[in-house]
Design a protein around this ligand. Structure first.
Ligand SMILES: C[S@@+](CC[C@H](N)C(=O)[O-])C[C@H]1O[C@@H](n2cnc3c(N)ncnc32)[C@H](O)[C@@H]1O
Length: 184
């Protein structure tokens, strides 16, 4: 390698370093942040029919409004998974403000990597393609009888037990799914 080409390689490495260093730990973001209206949060939680001792997960938890609603009004454990660090912080700040730290938290992470073994109810407000990607994970983890509530976007390949249209807006649809019993 000539001195000139060695210099070029070194310069390229140096130039690329700040880019690598600036890459956030969770660079992947698959659905934009749009919060569910509070009226919809209330309806989702009503349809979830949470029972004492159950655990709700909100995958892509945003500002934590569903997690907080479940923990405050239904007294259940509630976990949010959220990729955006600022939203994670504001959600956990609100959880502390309401004194719900014993049963609610929002964790920074990728929802496609989430361990859902403890979930009785999963709430999603994502996009159709992401729902499709998530489906095998839900099928793998969720116990029979667990509920999945998806706001605005259906889960391709699943048959909802209920489609709730509470609003005049055509997109305001909540799909309720129930995990089937295990076949012998
Ligand atoms: C449409 S918002 C829904 C927010 C909240 N669940 C609600 O209903 O108000 C989708 C959320 O998913 C988050 N998100 C997108 N991709 C994600 C990923 N791969 N892992 C975790 N969260 C993700 C976004 O940052 C955003 O906050």
């Amino acid at each position: 390698m000539t001195a000139a080409s060695r210099w070029t390689v070194q310069a390229l490495i140096l130039l690329s370093l700040p880019v690598v260093a600036q890459t956030p730990p969770y660079a992947l973001k698959l659905a934009p942040y749009v919060s569910s209206p509070f009226r919809t949060v209330d309806r989702i939680l009503e349809l979830a029919a949470l029972k004492p001792g159950e655990t709700l997960y909100d995958l892509g938890a945003g500002d934590g409004r569903i997690v907080i609603g479940a923990a405050r009004r239904y007294g259940v454990k509630a976990v949010g998974i959220e990729i955006d660090g600022k939203l994670v912080k504001s959600a956990n700040d609100r959880i502390s403000k309401f004194g719900l730290e014993d049963r609610a938290k929002v964790i920074q992470g990728d929802l496609l990597q989430a361990d859902l073994a403890l979930a009785d109810v999963v709430v999603i407000f994502l996009q159709t393609q992401l729902n499709e990607e998530l489906r095998p994970r839900l099928e793998m983890y969720l116990k029979p009888g667990s509920r999945v509530l998806s706001y605005s976007f259906a889960v391709p390949g699943w048959k909802p037990v209920r489609v709730d249209r509470t609003d005049d807006h055509p997109g305001h649809v909540i799909y309720l799914y129930e995990m089937p019993p295990v076949k012998n």
